[in-house]
Design a protein around this ligand. Structure first.
Ligand code: GLA
Length: 371
C-alpha cells in the first residue's frame, strides 16, 4: 500500500520557550508543508530518501536507536522506533520526502517531517492511535533518537492545529483548545520574516536555557505556579531565565483573553513585550532577529517578535493589511543596508494540521465491472 501524507510547519503567536516548563503556547499551522510518499513493506527494512537533503538511510528497524541513524533520516526512523518501543505493530517502510517546510527557518521543518511520517505509519499499519499519542512518538524521536532536547509545542501544533484557528496548548497536562484567529477579519496580516540565518551555537544555547529553567524549577517548583516574588529569590544567574517563563505564560493568558473578546488588533504590544523578554531575560534573540522586528515596527507593524528556538530563524509581525508591502520593503532594505542576505517575507494564516493528501496513489482496488 502506498500513499501521500503531509504535515505543516508552525509559527507561534506567543508562549515561546515555555513548552518545557509547564507553560502555555499558542501556535498555528502555516501553509508550508512537508510531504512524504510512503509504501508499507512486509519486512522490517526502512528505505528513506529525500529530495531536499543528502544522506539516505537503508537499514533495519533493529538498527534504530539513540543517535542512529544520523541526520534527517533520524526524525523519520525515530518515529517508527518510538511506536515500536511503545508496543505497536509497525514494520518497514519506503519513504520519500517530496516537499518540505523551509529547512532551518525556525518554522519546525523537523516536526513537520516527524508528523507526516507518524500519520502515514499510523494509517499504513492500521494503528488507529489518537493524535496525542502520535505527538508523543514524534517527541521521543526528536529527544531520544535525534538527541535534540526540545519541548512538544511543534509536534502538537503540526498534528492538532486546524485551519482558521490557533491552538492553545497547555504543556502541563497536554490539554489543547482551538482559538479562532483570523487577522484578515480585523484588517490585519501575520507576516513571517525568515532571516535566513541560523547561528551555529543554537542547539547548545537552547540546551543551556532549558537547563537554567530546570534548575529554577528544582529550587522553587513549577514556574506555572510561581510569581515574580518567588523568582526574585533565585540565584542571579538563573533569575532572568525563570522571569521570562513566568512573564511569558502571563502574556499568553492575556493574548488568549483578548482574542476571545475579538480584540485581535490589541495584542501587538504583548508581542513586543515577548520579544523583549526573549532578547533580554532569556537571551535567545540575535542581531538579525532584532533588526527584523524593530524595522517591522517602525514601518507600521502593530507588534513583532522572534518565533521558535531563536539564534536565527524567523520572526512574525502583526501588520495592518495596508502596511504589508511597506513592512516587507523596509525589512528587505534594512537587511540590505546591513550587508545581510535578503530575508523572505510572506503572509501566513492558520492552516490545516497533518493529513493524508488524496487517494490517488493508493493501490487500485478492483471494482465490480472493472478488470
Ligand atoms: C523550538 C522547540 C520547541 C520550543 C521552541 C521555543 O521550536 O522545538 O519545543 O521550545 O523552540 O518556544
Amino acid at each position: 500500500m502506498t500513499g501521500q501524507w503531509s504535515a505543516p510547519g508552525r509559527v507561534n503567536i506567543i508562549g515561546e520557550h515555555v513548552d518545557y516548563a509547564d507553560g502555555l503556547c499558542l501556535p498555528f499551522a502555516i501553509p508550508e508543508r512537508t510531504v512524504v510518499e510512503v509504501t508499507r513493506r512486509n519486512d522490517d527494512r526502512l528505505r528513506l530518501t529525500s529530495a531536499f537533503e543528502n544522506g539516505e538511510f537503508d537499514g533495519e528497524l533493529t538498527e534504530i536507536g539513540p543517535g542512529s541513524p544520523k541526520g534527517w533520516a533520524g526524525y523519520v526512523a525515530g518515529v517508527l522506533w518510538a511506536l515500536w518501543e511503545a508496543g505497536h505493530p509497525v514494520h518497514g517502510i519506503d519513504l520519500h520526502v517530496t516537499a518540505s517546510v523551509p529547512l532551518g527557518s525556525g518554522l519546525s521543518s523537523s516536526a513537520a517531517l516527524e508528523c507526516a511520517a507518524a500519520i502515514a505509519v499510523d494509517e499504513l499499519f492500521e494503528l488507529g492511535l489518537p493524535r496525542t499519542e502520535l505527538a508523543k512518538a514524534c517527541i521521543r524521536a526528536e529527544n531520544e533518537v535525534v538527541g535534540a532536547n526540545t519541548g512538544g509545542m511543534d509536534q502538537a501544533a503540526s498534528l492538532l492545529a486546524t485551519a482558521g484557528n490557533a491552538i492553545l496548548i497547555d504543556t502541563r497536562n497536554g490539554d489543547t483548545r482551538q482559538v479562532p484567529f483570523s487577522p484578515a477579519d480585523a484588517g490585519l496580516a501575520v507576516l513571517v520574516i525568515d532571516t535566513k540565518v541560523r547561528h551555529a551555537h543554537a542547539d547548545g544555547q537552547y540546551g543551556q536555557r532549558r537547563a537554567a529553567v530546570e534548575e529554577s524549577i528544582a529550587l522553587i517548583g513549577s514556574l506555572r505556579d510561581a510569581d515574580l516574588a518567588a523568582v526574585a529569590g533565585l540565584p542571579a544567574e538563573i533569575r532572568p531565565r525563570a522571569r521570562h517563563i513566568v512573564t511569558e505564560i502571563a502574556r499568553v493568558e492575556q493574548v488568549v483573553a483578548l482574542l476571545e473578546e475579538g480584540r485581535l488588533a490589541e495584542i501587538g504590544p504583548i508581542l513586543d513585550a515577548s520579544h523583549a523578554s526573549l532578547a533580554d531575560d532569556l537571551e535567545v534573540s540575535c542581531a538579525e532577529l532584532d533588526l527584523a522586528v524593530e524595522t517591522a515596527r517602525v514601518a507600521g507593524a502593530l507588534g513583532a517578535r522572534m518565533v521558535g528556538g531563536g539564534f536565527g530563524g524567523s520572526a512574525i509581525a502583526l501588520t495592518p493589511l495596508d502596511r504589508v508591502d511597506a513592512v516587507g520593503d523596509a525589512v528587505r532594505a534594512a537587511f540590505g543596508a546591513a550587508g545581510l542576505a535578503e530575508p523572505t517575507v510572506r503572509l501566513s494564516e492558520p492552516s490545516a494540521g497533518a493529513h493524508r493528501d488524496g487517494r490517488s496513489l493508493w493501490r487500485h482496488r478492483a471494482r465490480p465491472g472493472c478488470r
